[in-house]
Structure formats: structure tokens, C-alpha cells
Ligand binder design. Structure first.
Ligand code: ADP
Ligand code: MG
Ligand code: MG
Length: 199
């Protein structure tokens, strides 16, 4: 069973990973966006970490809803509301249980990804974070390591795609040949989940 502390550690691991990888995320965004994805993610998860240092919500759902709320209020890019929706929706779907199963998390994350797709209008293959998140959710039934691998493969598979959503879509054909920054940060989120599960 996964308790509130597990989810707090997942967010902490994500914050550390985003901090380490911020330059890489920004470099990817420099190629097909406006060179701020690393700083956007860092600002958001630094705020999440600071709040979780002050208070530990008592349930898995409350941890994710708090994180989602902070991402929405601190990240002024497309990724803030999208990641905020992902975490808030996932948290809401987990309800008020003090502990949840891996199956519950997989189901809740699916609801979260559906929230992202509804908000942003992106489908699979549009070269966005959805291309890492959807395969990860599909693989979660096979365990956290499988979800991490699926997210990483999904992010790498965005390289040859033509962007249909977000700033990268303004580039048209010139978006081809670059890995999507948001898919890359989504792979970091799933890697942090696997890392947390491994202890
Ligand atoms: P901004 O584009 O506002 O500067 P960021 O650079 O932080 O925001 O985030 C860019 C990432 O957000 C993209 O790489 C992509 O993965 C994701 N993204 C942008 N628009 C959408 C959308 N409509 N649906 C899903 N993801 C999106
Ligand atoms: Mg950007
Ligand atoms: Mg921006």
C-alpha cells in the first residue's frame, strides 16, 4: 500500500530531478519553444517542495492536490496548468483513502492524463507530454519500472513527430527532429515514481 509519505517522497524526488535536469529541459525548449521549460518546472516544484517541508497532508490524494494547486499558481507557462491538472485530477481520483493500492494509482493517473488531454486538446502523437504520460499509464499495470521505461521511450519517440499543440506547433515542419520538452519532464516524473517505489 502507498501512503501519504510515499506521495510526498515522489514529489520530493521529482523536485530534485527537475532541479538537476532543468538546463536540459530548457535546452530542449530552446530548440522548439521559448527556452523556459526547465525554469518553469524548477519554479513550480521548488514551490511544491517548500510547501511539503512545512506541512504533510494526511492522504495521498491531498498531497497530489496540494502539488497540483501550487504548480498552477506558480508556473506561468502552458506546462503549469497542464501538470497542475494532472496532479489535481489524479489526487482527486484517489479520494480520501489514507493508503492506496498500485491499481488505484494507475486508475487515478489515467483520470489525470485524461484531464490533461481535455484541457490541452492534445491526442497521442501530437508531440506533447501526453506522448510520455499515456504509455506510462498503460504500462503501470506491469509495475513502476515498466511505467518509467514506457515514459522514456515515449519521450524519445517524440523526436520524429510534427508538433500539433503548444508553441512547438508554430514551427510546423521545423519541430521535427527534436525531443519534446514536456514529454521529457513527464519521463522525469515517472522515473521519480519508480525511484520512490524502489526506496
Ligand atoms: P510554454 O510553452 O508556455 O513556454 P513550457 O515550456 O513550460 O510552456 O511547456 C512546454 C511543454 O508543454 C511542451 O513541450 C508540451 O509537452 C506541453 N504542452 C504545450 N501545450 C500542450 C497541450 N495543448 N497539451 C499537452 N501538452 C502541451
Ligand atoms: Mg516554454
Ligand atoms: Mg513560456
Amino acid at each position: 500500500m502507498l501512503d501519504a509519505d510515499f506521495f510526498r517522497r515522489w514529489m520530493t524526488a521529482t523536485a530534485a530531478s527537475v532541479d538537476r535536469e532543468a538546463e536540459r529541459l530548457t535546452a530542449l525548449d530552446a530548440a522548439i519553444g521559448d527556452a523556459d521549460h526547465g525554469s518553469n518546472m524548477r519554479r513550480g516544484f521548488t514551490a511544491v517542495q517548500a510547501e511539503l517541508d512545512k506541512e504533510t497532508p494526511g492522504t495521498p490524494g491531498a498531497v497530489l492536490m496540494l502539488a497540483g494547486r501550487l504548480l498552477i499558481s506558480t508556473v506561468g507557462g502552458a506546462s503549469g496548468p497542464l501538470y497542475g491538472t494532472l496532479l489535481r485530477r489524479t489526487g482527486k481520483a484517489l479520494g480520501e483513502d489514507p493508503e492506496v493500492t498500485e491499481e488505484q494509482l494507475a486508475e487515478a493517473l489515467r483520470a489525470g492524463v485524461q484531464g490533461v488531454m481535455k484541457l490541452g486538446g492534445a491526442a497521442a502523437g501530437d508531440k506533447t507530454m501526453v506522448d510520455a504520460l499515456l504509455p506510462a499509464v498503460d504500462a503501470l499495470g506491469d509495475g513502476f519500472a515498466a511505467a518509467r521505461a514506457a515514459a522514456e521511450q515515449g519521450a524519445e519517440a517524440t523526436v520524429p513527430l510534427l508538433a500539433h499543440k503548444g508553441r512547438a506547433s508554430y514551427l510546423g515542419e521545423r519541430s521535427i527532429g527534436h525531443q519534446d520538452p514536456g514529454a521529457t519532464s513527464s519521463a522525469l516524473l515517472m522515473a521519480a515514481l519508480a525511484e520512490t517505489a524502489e526506496g
